[in-house]
Design a protein around this ligand. Structure first.
Ligand SMILES: [Zn+2]
Length: 202
């Protein structure tokens, strides 16, 4: 915690004076982010760092393995879906990015089984990506299997997004564009899902 407080004090010394006008404007006029990103909780994959954004530009939804669950408006607690509803229907953000990444612990749990002490929630959450696991199992080499699964998870999330009626409607009306991306931690390289369904360097 000491490190965090030290960081906060650095922010007040240098970050705040630099960005004071931005924060004041955001406070006065409210936020109007132009993109929402669904990213993993992994501490190495920070969308604000990768896309070099400032406060107010990017609405970030983070969960284990950047998964979008199927559309299910029932009484369960749907954190990711609630955030999507706020971003898409309330803020009317025009771009939605699903950001996968390399060495994803969630994907590793999906392929090799969740650690025994992550059985309350992680295993069930990762079952959203079962179609991705099935496709990845066609790869022989473990490393290739993991990469394939990380990419397929992005495709699963995009498919599930299109199952949300208000996302599909907005996409068809040209008001919302969906994007898939995958980030390599070791090299810092971002790949984007192109119109042909392939991941290519951004
Ligand atoms: Zn991850």
């Amino acid at each position: 915690m000491d490190q965090l407080i030290e960081g906060y004090r650095r922010f007040r010394r240098s970050g705040w004076p630099e960005r004071r006008a931005t924060y004041e404007a955001l406070s006065e006029h409210g936020q109007r982010p132009q993109a929402v990103v669904v990213a993993c909780v992994d501490s190495r994959v920070d969308p604000a760092v990768i896309f070099d954004t400032t406060p107010g530009q990017l609405l970030t939804i983070r969960n284990v393995a950047n998964l979008v669950p199927p559309y299910a408006p029932d009484a369960a607690y749907h954190g990711t879906s609630a955030a999507l509803e706020f971003a898409v229907r309330v803020l009317e953000i025009p771009h939605l990015v699903v950001l996968g990444h390399g060495q994803c612990g969630g994907v590793q749990a999906l392929l090799r089984g969740a650690p025994p002490n992550a059985g309350d929630f992680v295993a069930n959450w990762m079952s959203i990506a079962e179609p991705a696991r099935k496709l990845a199992m066609q790869c022989d080499a473990p490393e290739e299997r993991e990469r394939r699964c990380e990419l397929e998870v992005v495709r699963v999330s995009l498919a599930n997004l299109r199952g949300f009626p208000w996302i599909a409607e907005r996409e068809q009306a040209g008001l919302l564009t969906l994007h898939g991306a995958w980030f390599a931690i070791r090299t810092g390289v971002l790949t984007l899902l192109d119109a042909e369904g392939q991941f290519v360097d951004a």
